[in-house]
Design a protein around this ligand. Structure first.
Ligand code: C5P
Length: 405
């Protein structure tokens, strides 16, 4: 899969004859599976029309900083915030100068000033403009600030002169964008499925059986794996937490929905069942709100599927299946039995007596591993934040895959 797949690219097209190549760039970015939004400057619109840019990107074209409707729909801050990468092609001498000096006098320069995402510049201009000390100083400033650059190339230019200033060809821009978006980290290329949060089992349209899981640990694990470059599917019950960056969130409510979403996300190299899945669902849930005048309802419960156990026993079993166990005593014994019963490779156990852990920011883990011969080893991790637990688990997973590769 291309590193550009499912990525949001913001393409800034500034004024220069090379703007015609930006049309081709939009096509090729989309061929790789990227979504493209474009800002077309006033200069850019002298060379390509908003109609062509809009038709090729299949998106609205943003041109005016002072457009009330644009700002309400998709302000310049959102445009850059939602982008994974910003490409400026062509990057004119004027726009490069504005960027170097922090000017914000049109939509393109304002958006670029607000950007906290990687920026790839594809400069294009006459050779004398490119070699001018001012332009060279400006580009050096931008490079020192961490902006990326592709081109310009040598050759004949639209003005009839030859020299350095031609915009890089589209394949070179695509290659540079791909390199910038390629995942980095020890888990790059691995798909991980993480379950998180509680499940809710409806009693009727307004009531449910739930539990106290906050989702903090599962979400932290998803974030830690993504930070290590893994492709992460986070299957989560209802929580108050935002989706971590670079994680594909699938929101579910019930245990059965969670199992279906996990199965649909397979295959994966790692499965981590961190969710507090309800053990039962209500068979005779009301289709309409149960009325208290009718007396206390007799709820009939039936067991939910054990997601970790079915994934561990399934045909598409991930190489590492990791479960959690919240226990209220005899931690090591209970956890070892659970590890074996569920067919997990690893298990993270914690003591939830006295109301600990659920909703807390800290966690104290007994980490159990089972080798191929069935021997279980345990290590007590220190009490630490759930974020630190997640980082420690991600490091252990990275070590496992390093050894097995
Ligand atoms: O049996 P218990 O609920 O204590 O097991 C906890 C572990 O099993 C956790 O990893 C949890 O996500 C998982 N689990 C599951 N499906 C269930 C119940 C628990 O995946 N129905």
């Amino acid at each position: 899969m291309s590193a550009l797949a499912h990525k949001q690219i913001l393409l800034v097209i500034s004024g220069g004859i090379a703007a015609y190549k930006a049309l081709e760039l939009i096509r090729r970015l989309r061929d790789q599976g990227a979504a493209v939004r474009c800002i077309l400057t006033r200069g850019g619109a002298q060379f390509v029309t908003p109609l062509a840019v809009g038709a090729l990107s299949e998106n609205k074209v943003y041109q005016d900083l002072w457009s009330l409707t644009d700002e309400q729909e998709m302000g310049h801050i959102r445009l850059v915030r939602e982008a994974d990468l910003i490409i400026v092609a062509p990057a004119s001498a004027n726009l490069i100068a504005k960027l170097a000096h922090g000017l914000a006098d049109n939509l393109a320069s304002t958006a670029l000033l607000a950007a906290q995402k990687p920026i790839l510049l594809a400069p294009a201009m006459n050779g004398a403009m490119w070699s001018n000390a001012a332009t060279q100083a400006n580009i050096a400033t931008l490079r020192a600030r961490g902006l990326h650059q592709v081109g310009p190339d040598d050759g004949s230019m639209a003005c009839g002169e030859t020299g350095t200033g031609r915009m890089a060809e589209v394949p070179a821009i695509i290659a540079a964008a791909t390199t910038l978006l390629e995942p980095k980290g020890r888990l790059r290329g691995l798909h991980a499925i993480v379950t998180s949060g509680p499940t809710q089992e409806p009693i009727d349209p307004v009531r449910y059986i739930g539990n106290r899981s906050s989702g903090k640990q599962g979400h932290a694990i998803a974030a830690a794996l993504a930070a290590e470059g893994a492709q992460v599917t986070l299957v989560s019950g209802p929580t108050a937490l935002p989706a971590p960056d670079h994680v594909h969130l699938v929101s579910v409510q019930t245990a059965q929905e969670m199992r279906a979403a996990c199965n649909a996300a397979l295959p994966a190299a790692v499965f981590i069942g961190c969710a507090a899945v309800a053990d039962w669902h209500v068979v005779n849930a009301g289709a309409t709100k149960l009325k208290k005048d009718n007396g206390a309802p007799q709820l009939v419960l039936a067991p939910n599927p054990d997601i970790v156990a079915t994934i561990a026993a399934g045909q598409q079993r991930p190489e590492l299946v990791i479960g959690f166990a919240a226990e209220t005593g005899n931690l090591a014994t209970q956890a070892t039995a659970k590890l074996q019963r569920k067919g997990c490779d690893w298990l993270l156990a914690n003591d939830v007596s006295n109301g600990q852990v659920f909703g807390d920011d800290d966690n104290e883990i007994l980490f159990l591993t089972r080798d191929k011969t069935g021997v279980v080893n345990s290590t007590a991790w220190p009490r630490q934040s759930k974020t630190a637990v997640a980082a420690q688990l991600a490091a252990a997973i990275a070590l496992h895959f390093k050894k097995s590769s």
